[in-house]
Write a protein that binds this ligand. Structure first.
Ligand SMILES: [Fe+2]
Length: 195
């Protein structure tokens, strides 16, 4: 669980840095009337940066001791971070994606995506693919998988999906807990977390 939290915080951090460095400057230059939207995103990233840093500090101490107080503090922090991320993502989808479609070229978008993926260790690439597909609608699934190289699709089908399901089951602990793995949604109370 601790490793999973760290993987997610690292990838979110890299994703935000990629947006800050590669997308916001383009939008500020090309979508001038929407500068307030971009500045709002920058502020939200600052808030998230602080929360992710707190998670990076608390996770190892909970991992080291499995102390109840650390566990409860971490669960509360995960829930709070999750709420802020949800709000931020909804804001981005509603107000930033239309600007990107209008002002960012496909090449620039690909460069951004590559930069955001740089933090994912190679051995965890298929796990992150599974996380990406976790909440996808059938249409999104088709679009996403359809854009992958055939050899990656083959690896995913041959062993990636089974490995993802195995790791997911470890994180789920019990079937009645409704974790949302991609968005750091974990219930605060009544958890017996495996460190
Ligand atoms: Fe963002």
């Amino acid at each position: 669980m601790a490793e999973h939290i760290t993987d997610i915080t690292n990838s979110l951090h890299e994703h935000h840095v990629a947006e800050d460095e590669l997308l916001w400057p383009l939008l500020l230059e090309r979508a001038t009337p929407a500068a307030d939207v971009v500045h709002r995103m920058e502020k939200q990233h600052e808030v998230l940066h602080t929360l992710l840093q707190e998670l990076d500090e608390l996770t190892p101490s909970w991992r080291a001791t499995a102390a109840e107080t650390d566990r409860d503090a971490l669960a509360e922090l995960v829930s709070r971070t999750s709420a802020v991320i949800d709000e931020h993502l909804q804001d981005e989808e509603a107000h930033v994606m239309p600007l990107i479609e209008q002002h960012v070229s496909q090449e620039e978008w690909l460069a951004f995506e590559l930069a955001g993926h740089a933090s994912i260790p190679q051995e965890k690439a298929l796990l992150f693919l599974g996380l990406g597909l976790e909440d996808a609608t059938p249409h999104e699934h088709e679009m996403f998988v359809g854009g992958l190289p055939p050899e990656v699709v083959e690896m995913w089908e041959q062993f990636g999906k089974a490995e993802y399901d195995r790791q997911r089951a470890i994180l789920l602990v019990t079937p009645d807990l409704t974790y949302q793995l991609t968005r750091l949604h974990w219930p605060v109370e009544g958890i017996h977390w495996p460190v």
